[in-house]
Write a protein that binds this ligand. Structure first.
Ligand code: ATP
Ligand code: MG
Length: 341
């Protein structure tokens, strides 16, 4: 189904419900929410204890009666009621004020490219449940491309790779449409999981996945030689122990899941007409999504594809910023194919 920018200009908020973070853009105002997609619930009373950053900090540190939940998984709202409660709290007064000014409000939401109809329905239900009268669904690849400042409406090819927490989407766009796209279940969380496995299998050390982020730093060009020390729990004895991890070990562990992204780029390029692929040889790849800043990821893509790779200015927020630009009328009028409503 195709919708025009007109429908989007009637929306007052743009929402990107990611597996890791929830972002909300208020029309003519900008980003008003950028918080972890996490809620902490008291299982005895059913009450919500915290959402966003405070809830994320509780992960792995809660007593038995508190459960930390993530209502979005792989680009799909899997717990609609929880997502609505989380959004209501995150938006708080900001939403109430916007709703009061214009009660019959419409909302725009990003959904992954080729999202399943149930994913689309879950996104619509989540927003209607918090008061939106109409919900426009937008392909997150187009929103991200607009947010990165790519000239999507031009008859030239642009290649975008959006690497989030749970999924990576790759697309070639031209004339406001997606020419070819691919989605792979690889993202920042997959990389962290690979590092947890490395520590467990090769060093008999247990660490939660949110604690392996310092290991990314050894991949930086300016990282000191000799690797880094990590502290965790010995798998056998259960006691605290430290090990020194060398750079090569981390590089190999990180590289394995990321080869899925390189394969997806190859698949997308093979599906494109040769003229468009020729455009891309000069223009290269635009890397977006929160995981775009993973040290060495851009170099790895450059070496694997032989194409220039550029990291977007604000890679983590480009999808919601792109959607916001459409709401604010800052995007050239064009009929955006691959959008659904
Ligand atoms: N500085 C950083 N270094 C490495 N990884 C990072 C950094 N900052 C964020 N990330 C990773 O980026 C991911 C979050 O990216 P993003 O905010 O795009 O996800 P999302 O939109 O919520 O997820 P998805 O689009 O997959 O539903 C996390 O896995 C996080 O580990
Ligand atoms: Mg995302």
């Amino acid at each position: 189904m195709t919708i025009s920018l007109e429908a989007l200009r009637r929306c007052s908020i743009a929402v990107d419900l990611g597996a890791a973070r929830t972002r909300v853009y208020l029309r003519r105002t900008g980003l008003i929410v950028d918080e972890p997609t996490v809620a902490a619930v008291n299982t005895r009373t059913g009450g919500l204890i915290a959402v966003g950053t405070p809830a994320e900090r509780m992960t792995g540190r809660t007593p038995a009666h508190i459960r930390v939940v993530r209502p979005v998984s792989n680009g799909t709202v899997v717990d609609i009621a929880m997502a609505q409660r989380m959004l209501r709290l995150l938006l708080g007064d900001k939403l109430r004020r916007a709703w009061r000014r214009r009660p019959l409000v419409s909302a725009a939401v990003c959904v992954p490219h080729d999202a399943h109809p149930l994913t689309e329905r879950a996104a619509v239900e989540t927003l209607t449940g918090i008061g939106a009268r109409r919900v426009e669904l937008v392909d997150s690849l187009i929103a991200a491309a607009v947010g990165c400042g790519l000239p999507v409406e031009q008859p030239e090819a642009t290649l975008i790779v959006v690497c989030g927490a749970a999924t990576t989407q790759v697309a070639v766009l031209s004339l406001g449409s997606i020419v070819a796209a691919e989605r792979v279940p690889v993202g920042g969380d997959t990389v962290d999981h690979a590092l947890v496995q490395l520590l467990r299998n090769e060093h008999a050390l247990m660490l939660p996945s949110q604690a392996v982020r310092p290991l990314h730093l050894v991949l930086r060009d300016d990282a000191p030689a000799g690797g880094t020390e990590v502290h965790g729990r010995d798998v056998a004895t259960g006691l605290a122990r430290s090990v020194r991890i060398d750079v090569e070990g981390v590089r190999t562990a990180v590289r394995t899941p990321l080869t899925g992204v390189v394969d997806a780029i190859g698949t997308v390029l093979r599906r494109c007409p040769p003229d468009l692929v020729a455009d891309l040889a000069d223009r290269g790849i635009m890397l977006a999504g929160g995981s775009a800043v993973l040290p060495g990821f851009d170099t790895m893509l450059r070496e694997a594809t032989g194409m220039p790779v550029q990291i977007a200015d604000h890679p983590d927020v480009c999808a919601v910023e792109g959607l916001g630009a459409m709401l604010d009328g800052k995007v050239q009028p064009l009929v955006l194919d691959a959008m659904v409503s």
